[in-house]
Design a protein around this ligand. Structure first.
Ligand code: SOE
Length: 400
């Protein structure tokens, strides 16, 4: 049968209805950048995934500033708001606790939410360090609740395609994984000191914020890490304090470079920096195998560069750029005809739909979604980079 391509379900009534959908109450901690990205997903899921398996109900949003969180509740449509996360995680209407707060507010609220029987979604990095991350993973297992860590790039269509190609052995034996995450947003002494530049609130700098993404992709796409050797740099050691009344020392890394060995024999490099002038959100990776290579650039996220050595035409022995928008792709089919490309926000919509479906249909979050186990294992590798940089030694990766 000819494959229906492109114009599947384009607005056609499918005869379904939302009557069987499970309503899932959402309690959100935090309402800035990721609060907007997650709420955008909650609001789009019921009509993009039709008929929906789950319908998010925006129950409550929490923030430390009452004026700000009151405005966020009105803007996003949360039934009510609170400045006390302890009320949020015990709210009987809340089924899912979604933590998009700063890293120092990940562990305690998520553990309390798990103990209250809530399913837990927490933004990356899961915690400030492996010790905190492990306590969170232990808590959600103890409470037998569903859990997900927000490594949303697993839900970019081109990255899911890469995963399926690798799992199918289309690249053969993997030799290299090479990833880089480059931004530029803190190259000026201002902005004033912000939570991502403080060890107390963030745990680390580029290592945990950006490095955790590419570490998770390394594990997701290639496999477990055996050893890592790294170095870090802080290019601006002191910055104006947020209140403008003085300066504060920067006690986290601005950049890291690392060499990694995988258990399956592959080797690679990982780097992340916030001092790459001209790079806005430039996450790239390349994977080289015995049968070919693939390469990805987040700033061109609909495409995947591919090259296969068995290419018959010698003139075509080079990378081709493939647009990953076919209607039979697990993520793309609910959107538009092929070629009508997606954006950065769609990874969060796919990710959060995956989590809500896992809850509504009691399915597992893994292997395609990152769980608190993945968040913990990424934290172990982040810690190892920092220890390696501190001690100038190669670190063996071992999980508890
Ligand atoms: C800032 O570095 C940041 O917002 C990260 O925290 C996110 O995880 C990344 O997706 C975009 O950049």
């Amino acid at each position: 049968m000819a494959k229906e391509v492109g114009f599947v379900n384009q607005g056609k009534a499918t005869g379904g209805d939302a009557s069987n959908a499970k309503e899932i109450g959402i309690g959100l901690l935090g309402y800035a950048f990721m609060g907007k990205a997650h709420t955008n997903a909650f609001k789009k899921i019921p009509y993009i995934y039709w008929p929906p398996a789950a319908i998010p109900k925006l129950v409550s949003v929490c923030g430390s500033h009452e004026d700000g969180v009151r405005e966020a509740a009105a803007r996003y449509g949360y039934d009510h708001y609170t400045t006390d996360w302890r009320k949020l995680v015990t709210d009987p209407e809340v089924d899912v606790f979604d933590n998009v707060g700063p890293n120092n507010l990940h562990a305690e609220p998520c553990i309390a939410a798990a103990k209250a029987g809530k399913h837990v979604l927490c933004e990356k990095p899961l915690a400030r360090n492996a010790r905190e991350a492990k306590s969170m993973w232990d808590a959600v297992r103890e409470a037998s609740v569903k859990h997900m860590c927000g490594f949303s790039y697993r839900f970019v269509p081109a990255i899911r395609l890469a995963k399926e190609m690798l799992d199918a052995g289309e690249l053969g034996e993997i030799y290299h994984f090479r990833a880089s995450y480059q931004q530029e947003w803190v190259m000026d002494v201002n902005p004033a000191h912000v939570w991502r530049l403080s060890k107390e609130t963030s745990g680390s700098g580029a290592v945990g914020d950006l490095g955790s993404h590419i570490i998770d992709l390394a594990r997701f796409l290639v496999g477990e890490v055996e050893t890592i050797s790294g170095t870090t740099r802080t290019f601006i050691p002191e910055r104006p304090s947020a209140d403008g009344k003085g300066t504060v020392k920067v006690d986290v890394d601005d950049a890291f470079e690392a060499v990694v060995r995988f258990k399956n024999g592959a080797v690679g490099t990982l780097e992340a920096s916030r001092f790459c002038a001209g790079r806005k959100n430039h996450m790239t990776f390349e994977i080289n195998g015995s049968k070919g290579s693939i390469a990805f650039n987040l700033e061109k996220l609909n495409s995947l560069q591919v090259y296969f050595r068995e290419e018959q035409n010698p003139q075509l022995h080079g990378f081709r750029e493939v647009l990953v928008t076919e209607s039979d792709h697990p993520f793309y089919s609910v959107w538009w005809p092929h070629g009508h490309i997606l954006g950065w926000e769609h990874a969060h919509i796919h990710e959060i739909n995956h989590f809500l479906n896992a809850i509504a249909m009691n399915e597992s979050v893994e292997p395609y979604g990152a769980t608190f186990e993945d968040g913990y294992k990424a934290a172990v590798i982040c810690d190892a980079i920092l220890v390696s940089a501190e001690t100038h030694t190669e670190q063996q990766i071992a999980y508890e």
